[in-house]
Design a protein around this ligand. Structure first.
Ligand code: NAP
Length: 284
């Protein structure tokens, strides 16, 4: 293994933290960049933390300093509201520009499985725009399109805010007809680090690999295909919840998730199953 300097923009987030941990485990020097630097007890030991806002006026200088000496920049930022989404577009442009100016050899960008088939979903359109910013940039780029994370479904099954009224009514709401292939964030982190090794680095597992080095798109999903009802039942059992799974139509999302576009049967890269993830997290 060659030691490299890996900068993770969004390194304090769900996926980003897993990338920081995996990069350190592989022996790399690691720098995490985000708007907020977490207090010491919440930092990953061995990583360097740098504060920079990718959409602020001082982004070019801040990101430039953070990328100094970097071999790879991994972009795991997120912004899901109209007010924060510009980190995926204007932010991507600033990150790509700063990476080029710093002589970074590769940008690795975390995206979503088959995202270009989800035009009915506003967030997915923004993610496609993010991908295009990188692909049109001067920085060699590998996009890693991952299936939904195991954690993602907690938003529906357990969230007191997003679907609070429904959970109070005694249901575990799930997307009716959804076909899924969820992946663990630790497996997503492995994939991001596998491809970070070189423009044409192989993945340690089954993945869909398209495009050419420097403009490459890799797709990774979890080890099993499941439907939304099954996932909700497993969630309820693991949480010893007496709430009853109920399938609901979700306008805009239904077609993508019921068509199989959220799955990638040719990319069973993930090793951790949903049940293993539940065993680790339910009641934790
Ligand atoms: N959830 C899923 O199932 C799933 C599946 C496939 C792909 N993805 C993709 O995975 C990516 C990461 O998702 P996540 O759930 O890990 O995100 P997350 O937990 O919300 O983390 C987002 C990270 O971005 C940082 N950030 C936000 N705005 C920033 C800004 N203006 N400048 C610098 N840093 C900023 C945040 O730190 P600060 O707030 O401190 O800045 C944080 O470190 C997303 O792009 C998403 O599309 C998600």
């Amino acid at each position: 293994m060659t030691q490299r300097t890996v900068v993770v923009v969004g390194g304090t987030g769900l996926a980003g933290r897993a990338v920081v941990e995996e990069a350190l485990r592989r022996g790399h020097r690691v720098r995490s960049v985000s708007r907020h630097v977490p207090p010491a007890p919440r930092q990953v030991v061995g990583a360097e933390y740098v504060a920079a806002d990718a959409v602020a006026a001082d982004a070019p200088e801040r990101l430039g300093a953070a990328f100094d000496g970097a071999d790879v920049v991994v972009d795991t930022v997120n912004g899901e509201t109209p007010a924060t989404a510009k980190v995926l577009t204007a932010g991507a442009a600033s990150i790509a520009l700063a990476a080029r100016d710093a002589g970074v050899g590769l940008a690795v960008v975390l995206s979503i499985v088959n995202v270009d088939r989800g035009a009915a979903i506003g967030y997915y359109r923004t993610k496609v725009a993010q991908e295009r910013v990188y692909q049109a940039s001067a920085v060699p780029t590998t996009l890693v399109r991952a299936a939904q994370f195991h954690d993602f479904f907690d938003r529906f099954f357990g969230s007191p805010t997003l679907v609070g009224a429904l959970t109070r009514l005694g249901t575990v709401p799930y997307l009716r007809g959804a076909r899924l292939q969820p992946i663990d964030v630790t497996d997503v982190a492995r994939a991001l680090l596998d491809v970070s090794a070189a423009l044409d680095a192989p993945l340690d597992g089954e993945a869909r690999d398209e495009g050419e080095p420097g403009r490459r798109t890799v797709t990774v999903a979890g080890p099993e295909e499941v439907d939304g009802a099954d996932l909700a039942r497993r969630w309820a059992a693991a949480h010893r919840s007496r709430r009853v799974p109920v399938g609901l139509p979700v306008p805009g999302y239904g077609a993508f998730f019921s068509s199989g576009d959220a799955t990638a049967p040719d990319a069973r890269y993930g090793r951790v199953t949903y049940d293993e993830w539940l065993a680790r997290t339910a009641g934790a």
